[in-house]
Ligand binder design. Structure first.
Ligand code: F6R
Length: 260
């Protein structure tokens, strides 16, 4: 894992956006994996700015989102489809047919999940997957005790995640109990994972994921087995890491060509 600590979320998001822009410019048909939630919002704002002001071209980009609520109309204000079109897709020139988001209204969820996996394969796999982390250590909605070799499937949210996401629904009791999420094995096949975490509430989960044992009770810890995971965090989210000074030293002494 490469741990990069930035002063704040804005600085980290600018770095993430530059990294993504480089991939899009270098690879003619980049496949990007997107997350939703509060964490990637400054990143999406910066990507929209790069499109507007620096002509970053999303015309040949294919996208796959990590997850979606089951049973929620895609037009619902709290659906992840609405989130993506509001905060990113509606402001860039991505081709709507190139966008993939799990179908929360699928009549046959297992078949629709298999199809999602097939679509990822058919696109040539995901080049770069953006990840947030839950306060309980989830990535995607792979909640604690998720199988470490799981594939896209239905999951039941924990009470803690429903509480964390209650804002978008106007109350914990209104958060749907189920989601469809890429599995941990699906995420592990992405060529690069970029995990973002900002703020003190994420510090404990980040420390466990990065420096704790690999365990299904902290699903993000599986990324310790990933060939190229970049953990891009702010000072507050880094506050519980035991080796913070070492990560800073590594980053400061990296040859320029190796820096993201
Ligand atoms: C969202 C997702 C989740 C979030 C996580 C953090 O698509 O997959 O894993 O990244 O719950 O959410 P925020 O960023 O709102 O703290």
């Amino acid at each position: 894992m490469e741990i990069i600590i930035q002063p704040d979320a804005e600085a980290a998001s600018r770095l993430a956006a530059r990294f993504i822009a480089k991939l899009i410019r270098e690879k003619s048909r980049a496949v990007l994996g997107f997350a939703t939630g509060q964490t990637p919002l400054p990143l999406y704002r910066e990507l929209c700015r790069l499109h507007r002001e620096e002509k970053l071209d999303f015309d040949r980009v294919t996208s796959f989102n990590l997850d979606e609520y089951v049973g929620l109309n895609p037009a619902h204000p709290a659906s992840f489809r609405t989130y993506m079109w509001t905060h990113l897709f509606g402001q860039i020139n991505i081709v709507p047919e190139h966008v993939h988001i799990p179908d929360g209204l699928a009549p046959n969820i297992p078949i629709s999940c298999e199809k999602y996996e097939d679509e990822i394969q058919a696109a040539g796999g995901i080049d770069l997957q953006i990840l947030g982390i839950g306060t309980d250590g989830h990535i995607g909605f792979n909640e604690p005790t998720s199988s470490l070799v799981s594939r896209t499937r239905i999951k039941t949210l924990t009470a803690r995640t429903r509480r964390d996401n209650a804002g978008a629904f106007g109350g914990e009791d209104k958060v749907p109990p189920h989601v469809i999420t890429m599995g941990l094995a699906t995420i592990m096949e992405c060529r690069t994972c970029l995990l973002l975490a900002f703020g003190a509430p994420k510090a404990a989960a980040v420390a466990l994921a990065v420096e704790g044992p690999v365990t299904a009770t902290v699903p993000a810890s599986i990324l310790q087995f990933h060939r190229r995971t970049i953990v891009l965090i702010d000072e507050e989210a880094s506050s519980k890491l035991l080796r913070g000074e070492y990560y800073r030293y590594v980053y400061e002494h990296k040859p320029d060509w190796q820096k993201i």
